[in-house]
Design a protein around this ligand. Structure first.
Ligand SMILES: [Zn+2]
Length: 170
């Protein structure tokens, strides 16, 4: 708790209302990019890990976080950008993945490690099995490595014929 009587739990709850600028249905907390919140004297320090280094949305995210907390009376907010360890899709909450799907974006899937590659000492990864967010079909095809933003790839469903974005950052 800081001098104003604000608890860290409250700060987390407020951050849970800050939407990702690229995908407004998911909060920065559900996306898993907020790594830590702490009070240092009068300041509130929020540690953020970008979904990939050089993510153009990071400045927007940092500004939104600052504005949201200042709107709740935390005047001094410091954003710390932490690049290591790198963000992984494992940090995205189940609620976040469900929100992505509802928005028509296929949530990231755990990429299977090819066991045969391990024997040769090479960690190769099999292509992820992406299901269509519209009809659930696993019958999908990558059409472009880059979708509407560099973080997404464009896929097409071979069953319902709908094109969709796949959130590919990991
Ligand atoms: Zn489909």
């Amino acid at each position: 708790m800081n001098a104003l009587g604000v608890t860290l739990e409250q700060v987390w709850a407020w951050l849970g209302e800050v939407a990702d600028p690229e995908i407004p249905v998911i909060s920065v907390v559900d996306l898993g990019i907020v790594r830590g919140v702490a009070f240092e004297g009068d300041a509130c320090v929020v540690t953020i890990t970008p979904t990939y280094s050089g993510c153009p949305a990071m400045q927007v995210i940092a500004d939104s976080v600052k504005e949201a907390l200042q709107a709740h009376g935390l005047e001094q907010v410091r954003i710390v950008s932490q690049l290591a360890p790198a963000w992984t899709t494992d940090w995205m909450s189940e609620a976040g993945k469900a929100a992505l799907k509802g928005y028509g974006i296929a949530p990231p899937v755990q990429q299977a490690i090819d066991i045969s590659g391990l024997h040769a000492g090479i960690r190769s990864r099999a292509a992820p099995q992406v299901s269509c967010p519209n009809c659930g079909s696993a019958h999908t095809q990558l059409t472009s490595e880059f979708g509407s933003t560099p973080c997404k790839a464009l896929y097409k469903c071979l069953d319902c014929r709908e094109p969709f974005d796949y959130f590919k950052c990991h």
